[in-house]
Design a protein around this ligand. Structure first.
Ligand code: AMP
Length: 305
């Protein structure tokens, strides 16, 4: 089944306690698409880049069979640029610079050939743009959305309007608390689901993730990554792994949703092992499935005899 991915395509400057890169490929749509490419049969990317976007980055996306008909190339300016710095607590980062460049006037136009995509990933962009995407697609089976504090605080009305058209929201724990105005995560989840999304995933950084679907709560473990170099894109990569698996299997049963959460976690655990999307360029099927099995073992709870 085809997967439509809409979000930012960027260049990032990243500094972590383990090193520094002045300019590396980034953006939410990039990470989602690259992670999903290991599973999904057809990925349709919608975004915008500028005149400085490198041919080798286009080639990278193409080499992963990511369709780029929806990637606008705006020669009037440069690609979106974001710069961030992490400290030893890699859950917190400082944004040092954001240059919107061609992203400032981004209008997500969905090509006709993408409008029947059954799975839709709305990367973290302005909620009114996310809604514009939903206005153009024909009855997808699953719309998954990411957002952030910036929009929760800055455009709460637009965000709440967009949420009404979303099936599954993927946010982190502080965002869930802020959106629901409720410190207790379980109560916050109920409140967020009342805003529209039938299901909810709350990511807890390096501590795993919670899936709320139907009457069930599923707690996914965190993988004890030894070589964390750069957490940039981990959240988007999670969403890419999750949606890649769901679109590949075309199965939204609770059991398969659980598998999708683990595949999301698997891909995120790889992402942080190298700078930027480097680690997502050449993973093997064996590495991915082996790590899935390690995740299973991590949380095997013995029966009481
Ligand atoms: P994550 O670490 O999963 O939250 O995502 C990091 C990616 O988000 C980076 O590659 C950035 O290029 C991108 N990014 C940062 N700020 C923004 C923004 N305001 N709008 C869209 N994308 C952004």
């Amino acid at each position: 089944m085809s997967l439509l991915v809409v979000g930012s395509v960027a260049y990032d400057g990243i500094e972590t306690p383990f090193g520094k890169k002045d300019r590396i490929l980034g953006g939410s749509a990039t990470y989602i698409s690259l992670a999903a490419s290991y599973f999904a049969n057809q990925i349709n990317l919608v975004g915008v880049v500028g005149k400085d976007f490198a041919d080798e980055d286009i080639e990278l996306l193409k080499s992963k069979d990511i369709d780029l008909e929806g990637l606008q190339i705006d020669k009037s300016g440069n690609t979106f640029f974001w710069q961030g710095k992490y400290h030893y607590d890699l859950n917190n980062r400082d944004t040092l610079d954001t240059q919107l460049n061609v992203f400032e006037h981004f209008d997500p136009i969905i090509p006709d050939g993408y409008k029947d995509s059954k799975y839709v990933a709305l990367g973290n962009i302005e909620p009114s743009l996310q809604e514009k995407v939903l206005d153009q697609v024909n009855n997808p089976d699953l719309v998954v959305m990411d957002t952030m504090n910036f929009w929760i605080e800055g455009t709460p009305d637009a965000l709440k309007k967009t949420l009404k058209g979303v099936d599954l929201l993927v946010i982190n724990d502080s965002e869930a608390r802020e959106l629901a105005e409720e410190p207790n995560l379980i109560k916050a989840a109920d409140k967020v689901r009342e805003m529209g999304p039938d299901s909810l995933i709350i990511k807890k950084g390096e501590h795993g993730a919670l899936l709320f679907a139907g009457d069930e709560i599923f707690s996914a473990p965190a993988y004890p990554v030894i070589d964390i170099f750069d957490p940039t894109g981990a959240g988007d990569t999670f969403m890419g792994g999750l949606l890649g698996w769901l679109s590949y299997t075309d199965d939204l049963t609770p059991n398969n949703m659980r598998k999708a959460v683990i595949f999301g976690s698997v891909m995120a655990s790889f992402c942080v092992e190298k700078f930027g999307p480097e680690r997502l360029k050449d993973l093997t099927e064996k590495e991915i499935y082996d790590r899935y099995r390690e995740f299973r073992q991590l949380s095997e709870i013995p029966e009481i005899d």
